[in-house]
Design a protein around this ligand. Sequence first.
Ligand code: MGD
Ligand code: MGD
Ligand code: SF4
Ligand code: MO
Length: 699
Amino acid sequence: MNIHTPSNIKTGISVCPHDCPSACALEVELLDERTIGRVRGAKANSYTLGVVCEKVSRYAERIHHPDRLLYPLKRTGKKGSGTFARVSWEEAMAEVAERFLTIEKEHGSEAIWPFWYAGTMGLVMRDGIERLTHAKSYSRMYGSFCVSLSWPGYAAGVGAIRGVDAREMQKSDLIVVWGGNPVNTQVNVMTHIGIAKKTRGANVACVDIYDTGTMKQADHKYIIRPGTDGALACAIMHVLFRDGFANRDYLEKYTDDPRGLEAHLQTKTPEWAAAICGLAPERIVEFAHLIGKTERCFFRLGYGFTRGRNGSANMHAVTCIPAVTGAWLHEGGGALHSASGMYRWNKTLISGKDLAKPGIRVMDQSRIGQVLVGNPHDLRDGPPVKTLFIQNTNPVSVAPEQNVVKQGFARDDLFTVVHEQFMTETARYADIVLPATMFLEHDDIYQGGGHQHIMFGRKLVEAPGECRSNHDVICDLASRVGAEHEGFTLTPREIIDRTLKDSGRRSLEDLDRENWFDVQPDFEASHFLKGFAHADGKFHFRADWRKAAGVISTMGVLGPVDQLPVLPDHVQITDPSNEDVPFRLATSPARTFLNSSFNETPGSRKREGRPNLMIHPDDMAKLGIAEGDLVIAGNRRGQVRMHAKAHEGQQRGVVIAESIWPNDAFEDGCGINSLVGSDQPAPAGGGAFHDNAVWIRAA
Ligand SMILES: Nc1nc2c(c(=O)[nH]1)N[C@H]1C(S)=C(S)[C@@H](COP(=O)(O)OP(=O)(O)OC[C@H]3O[C@@H](n4cnc5c(=O)[nH]c(N)nc54)[C@H](O)[C@@H]3O)O[C@H]1N2
Ligand SMILES: Nc1nc2c(c(=O)[nH]1)N[C@H]1C(S)=C(S)[C@@H](COP(=O)(O)OP(=O)(O)OC[C@H]3O[C@@H](n4cnc5c(=O)[nH]c(N)nc54)[C@H](O)[C@@H]3O)O[C@H]1N2
Ligand code: SF4
Ligand SMILES: [Mo]
């Protein structure tokens, strides 16, 4: 579809493919068949409402970046040296296929590990690699980086991963942004909040561990110690029961054990929580009263507060609050974490599930370092991984336990293929690097995570050099290694059309005409007024953690699940602090990077400056550190060098390194995840990226 702007520049409609809950509908200026101009949010989309983040508005910087990979490359230097020579696609793919077939013959199919994540959120380009995995019985990957802590916590209470229509924030009187920083991470939340502020005088409350951009726009600011949200939530509920704000009719009708919860909360007083989370007791009471008095209270629950070892328990505790007040009953009230559970895709054609053989091993993505260095537990007592085939992720930068990850990638007997847009840290370790298209150079279909649209992301420009899409590369490889499935024979458009129909939706023809489908269930279903998504129809104050793990884990229950509380509580199972490692480090997302994407674009690099460690001025004085000094943060996993930046907006002892900078932006090449652990938190594993005990000293 083409429309014309007043300046007569042609524009096309597409979708932002990055791993962001906003999944914005885009209007892209098309200067010629290969060149884009500005990118804007589509005004006609009722969630995007014409707004996109600054990093995507200047996407021309990324798609036309001089460092884009344009041709297949073959390693000529030492592993990890980044020395490559250009080769043809035929030469590259013939070598990949030959090595895969040999390794399969010598070590079995499970010695090959296709590894991927969410560099693009397009269903065809992201998940097609699973079709190859299943067709060849290669080792499977459990994708645990992102949602493995938050989803079980949300599902434990609500029963599913969905909630209130995001646009209902416009009708709220109080929006509680808890453990998310939408000003950085999904700007469109702020659009809807802005409408509520303007039209109804709504208030915003924000719960975070430092003074974020979102916090700065909040009317009520609650800055707590990391990993203490469960305590705060319990004390809020204690006050709600104590001071007459609990909706007892709602509790009887819609929840599993209201009396058990009330009794359990007797000792969870504001004073008890204050000692844990660091807020004054009267501020906790004030917050509880604000929540209790506001019927239209919308809980927008982020991911950040779950990225710790007690993160699932904390998510569950916070979801219990609107179940106590009955906020779910009201328009503009209730909760939303993610809409992902709402789509009910049939992805058989995309992911080839019909070919999945039982008994093939599954390995945890967040344990990639341990897998590659041959930890038998992580290899599930199977053969060593001899080959990695990587699309859509940059594990040498983004995965926990970076030093072990690098050790694994450096193995000379590991054959690594990386299909990428840039020479990332991971690509640098590859034997073969393949150049990938960007979203405006291929067709795909997307879903909103923080809203409710199915969207068509069109190819609008021709790819530069010899870039090929994930789908094309997977189909080519499939034919060379003897993998057969209908999905390898169809075009992306054919796959999209069939997947829509297989999932009970209208056709691609309709989607192509309309750009997106709004698939939010009706009010009653979105607010669980006919019951929550558990078999008994109740919201569960009593969490069944083993069952909750199943909402995401393909490896069953992981981690010390018996340490999680059944009723909401504070559990002290975070990375242990002691006098050797007295500081708590969080690696919260920077505004103009998106994980490790965009950290190559000049606009983002300029805005973010350099890797800084935000430290409380009193802590700096105590450590004898001045503004701008080079400091080292360390723990048993590694050491990272950054510049000290005085920052007052957090409690003493809490430090923040906004992320994710390229590893080589740090003086000795050790990126921030050198400090992050990969131990699997209960109940489903996941990245505890904001839960790190560290020491700090002047460099
Ligand atoms: N600009 C930008 N946008 C992004 C990303 C990015 O890297 N950069 N990443 C994308 C991805 S993959 C995701 S999953 C989403 C994530 O987006 P969010 O849901 O916003 O999650 P985070 O950004 O990890 O963390 C949000 C906030 O939680 C805070 N936090 C950390 N620990 C705690 C805690 O214990 N308690 C509380 N209350 N708060 C805590 C952090 O300081 C941070 O300000 O964002 C997406 N959007
Ligand atoms: N310290 C710290 N670490 C974190 C986090 C944090 O908050 N702090 N957040 C974690 C979270 S929530 C997540 S989701 C992970 C995300 O980590 P990743 O999934 O690795 O995400 P990105 O860093 O964006 O890297 C995606 C890569 O995919 C490539 N790519 C994009 N589109 C395509 C395509 O169509 N084809 C191919 N072949 N490649 C493509 C991009 O160029 C980019 O290099 O990081 C985690 N790591
Ligand atoms: S990164 Fe997020 S906010 Fe920015 S354009 Fe993409 S979907 Fe929208
Ligand atoms: Mo994520």
